[in-house]
Write a protein that binds this ligand. Structure first.
Ligand code: NDP
Length: 482
C-alpha cells in the first residue's frame, strides 16, 4: 500500500476540481473498499494507516509547526480565506463524494449544505478576533493574557458530518498556529481526505495531514507524545478511552460526545406551526446528528395534535438515494447503526407503544434504509427513549406536569442540547434555565453558528468549540506580567 498520509498540494490552476480528480487523488487501488450505504456499491478504496504512519505524520506536523506559528496572524487568516474559496470551487464534487460515501442527500440540510458550512466556518474562523486582554493595569502591575499555539493537534472525527466536523476541528487549530493531524472515521475516510486534499491546495506543506484507519490509528494519535491537544467528536465510550490514553502526556482535550437531546413542548404551542421545526430538529441527517432531538416530551393538552402534525410532515419528506435530487432523507451510514435503530424500535413496539408511521423497513431492498419512524404512547423508561438511537426514529412521551417533564429531560447522564417549544418566550426561557444541557434552543433544535460557543454537559463532553471560545480551546493561555 502507498503511504496513507494525504498532504499533497494540488496545482489549483490546472487541476479543475472534478469528482473523478478528487476521488483519484485520495484513492489507493490496493486500499480498503468504501461502500455506498444506499446501494452497497464501491465508492472508492482508501489506504488504511498504521501506528507507524501516525508517527510519521506527527513528526512531520511537529517539524512544520514552528514556521506556521511564526507567520503573522494576518497570513494565516488569508490562507483560511483562500481555503474557503478552494472549497467553494470544489463544492459540487465534494458534495457528490460526501453523498455517495456518507449516504446523505445532496439536497435539504445535507451534503451541499455541509460543504457550504465548511467554507462558511473557515471564513467565520478567519474573522474571529482574540485580542490580547489586559487583566490588571493599576499603576503597579501590568498583566496581559495572551493565547499561544498548543503545538500539534490531533483531530479525530465521526462519520455523520465528516467534512463539517473536520473543519470545526481544523480551522481554529490552524488559525491559532497549530499544525494538525486528522484521523477520519473508518466509515467516511474518502470525504475527509478529499477535503484535506482541497485545503492542501492552498496551505503550506505539512501543516495539515490525514491518516485514515480504524480505532487503533485514533488510539495512537491520542496517546502520542508528539500530540499536544486532541479534538474529538464521537461516542462517550471512545471519549472515555481517549481520556485514559491521553493521561500519560497530560494532553488538552476537547470532547464532543453526542447525547440524547430532549425537547419539551409546552401546552400553549400551535402544533401545526412547530411541526416542521420539530421534524428537522429530530431528523436532520436522517437523525444521525449529535445535537438532534432524540426524545420529545409533549404536554397532554396538545399531544394528539402534535403527533398528527408530525406524521403529516414526516410523510411528505422523501427518503432515498442521496444523488437523487428530490430526496431529503437518506440511509443510515452503516449497518451497525441500522441495527441499533431497528432494535430500539422493536423494543418500543414490543412494549406496546404505538408506531404512528414507519417502523417497517424493506429488508429485501439494498442499502441501510430505515423509514422515518414516529413512536407515541411510549414510557420514558423505554430503551428507545433512554438510549441514543442516532437514526430516524423519534419517541414522543406524554406529560401532564411540567416538573415531571423537566425531571425526565434531566434524568440521563448526557446533556449536549435540549429545546423548549412555546409561544411564550419568557416561559420557555424559564424552563430552559432548568435543563442540564450545553445549549438549549427555543422553538428550534440543533442549529449551530460559527460565532456561538457549543459544548456539552455531563457525559456529553467538555470544552467549547466555535467563536473566540473555540480559538482559546486550541491555544495555551500565557500571562505576561510586567
Ligand atoms: P466512535 O466514537 O467509535 O468513533 C469516532 C471516531 O473515533 C472514529 O474516527 C473512530 O475510528 C475513532 N476511534 C475509535 N476508537 C478509538 C480509540 N480507542 N481512540 C481514539 N479514537 C478512536 O463512534 P462510532 O462511529 O463507533 O459510533 C458509535 C456511536 O457513537 C453511534 O452509535 C452514535 O450513538 C455515537 N456517535 C456520536 C457522534 C457525535 O456526533 N457525537 C458521531 C458518531 C457516532 P474508527 O471509526 O475508524 O474506528
Amino acid at each position: 500500500m502507498t503511504t496513507p498520509t494525504v498532504a499533497t498540494p494540488v496545482d489549483t490552476a490546472s487541476d479543475t476540481p472534478t469528482y473523478e480528480r478528487l476521488l483519484t487523488a485520495v484513492t489507493d487501488p490496493d486500499g480498503r473498499e468504501v461502500l455506498d450505504p444506499a446501494t452497497g456499491e464501491v465508492v472508492g478504496r482508501v489506504a488504511f494507516g498504521s501506528a507507524a504512519d501516525v508517527d510519521r505524520a506527527v513528526a512531520t506536523a511537529r517539524a512544520a509547526q514552528p514556521a506556521w506559528a511564526a507567520r503573522a496572524d494576518s497570513e494565516r487568516i488569508d490562507l483560511l480565506l483562500k481555503a474557503a474559496d478552494a472549497i467553494d470551487a470544489a463544492a459540487e464534487p465534494l458534495a457528490e463524494l460526501l453523498s455517495r460515501e456518507q449516504g446523505k442527500p445532496l439536497n435539504g440540510p445535507n451534503a451541499r449544505f455541509e460543504v457550504g458550512a465548511c467554507s462558511a466556518w473557515l471564513r467565520a474562523t478567519a474573522a474571529t478576533e482574540l485580542p490580547v486582554e489586559t487583566v490588571v493595569d493599576d499603576g503597579d502591575t501590568h498583566a496581559e493574557l495572551h493565547y499561544r499555539p498548543v503545538g500539534v493537534v490531533g483531530a479525530i472525527g465521526p462519520w455523520n458530518w465528516p467534512m463539517m466536523i473536520t473543519i470545526w476541528q481544523v480551522a481554529p487549530a490552524l488559525r491559532m498556529g497549530n499544525t494538525v493531524v486528522v484521523k477520519p472515521s473508518e466509515h467516511t475516510p474518502l470525504s475527509v481526505l478529499a477535503l484535506l486534499h482541497v485545503l492542501n491546495g492552498v496551505l503550506p506543506a505539512d501543516v495539515l495531514t490525514g491518516v485514515a484507519g480504524e480505532g487503533d490509528v485514533g488510539a495512537r494519535l491520542s496517546s502520542h507524545a508528539g500530540v499536544d491537544k486532541v479534538m474529538f467528536t464521537g461516542s462517550t465510550a471512545t471519549g472515555q478511552a481517549i481520556i485514559k490514553s491521553s493521561a500519560e502526556t497530560v494532553k488538552r482535550l476537547t470532547l464532543e460526545l453526542g447525547g440524547n437531546d430532549a425537547g419539551i413542548v409546552l401546552p400553549d404551542v400551535d402544533p401545526k406551526a412547530i411541526a416542521e421545526g420539530l421534524f428537522w430538529g429530530a431528523f436532520i441527517n436522517t437523525g444521525q446528528t449529535c445535537a438532534a432531538l432524540k426524545r420529545l416530551y409533549v404536554h397532554t393538552d396538545v399531544y394528539d395534535e402534535v403527533c398528527a402534525a408530525l406524521v403529516e410532515v414526516a410523510k411528505a419528506m422523501p427518503m432515498g438515494r442521496g444523488l437523487d435530487e428530490q430526496n431529503v432523507l437518506g440511509p443510515l451510514q452503516n449497518r451497525a447503526q441500522y441495527e441499533i435503530v431497528a432494535r430500539l424500535v422493536e423494543a418500543a413496539r414490543d412494549s406496546g407503544a404505538t408506531i404512528l408511521t414507519g417502523g417497517d423497513p424493506d429488508t429485501d431492498a439494498p442499502g441501510h434504509f430505515y423509514p422515518t419512524t414516529l413512536v407515541a404512547d411510549i414510557d420514558d423508561q423505554n430503551p428507545l427513549v433512554a438510549e441514543e438511537q442516532f437514526g430516524p426514529a423519534l419517541p414522543i412521551v406524554r406529560y401532564d406536569d411540567l416538573e415531571e417533564a423537566v425531571a425526565m429531560a434531566n434524568r440521563l447522564d448526557v446533556g449536549l442540547g435540549a429545546s423548549v417549544w412555546s409561544s411564550d418566550r419568557d416561559a420557555a426561557r424559564a424552563v430552559a434555565a432548568r435543563l442540564e444541557a450545553g445549549t438549549v434552543w427555543i422553538n428550534a433544535h440543533g442549529g449551530v453558528h460559527p460565532m456561538i460557543p457549543f459544548g456539552g454537559h455531563k457525559r456529553s463532553g467538555y470544552g467549547l468549540e466555535f467563536g473566540a471560545e473555540g480559538l482559546k480551546a486550541v491555544a495555551v493561555p500565557q500571562v505576561i506580567n510586567g
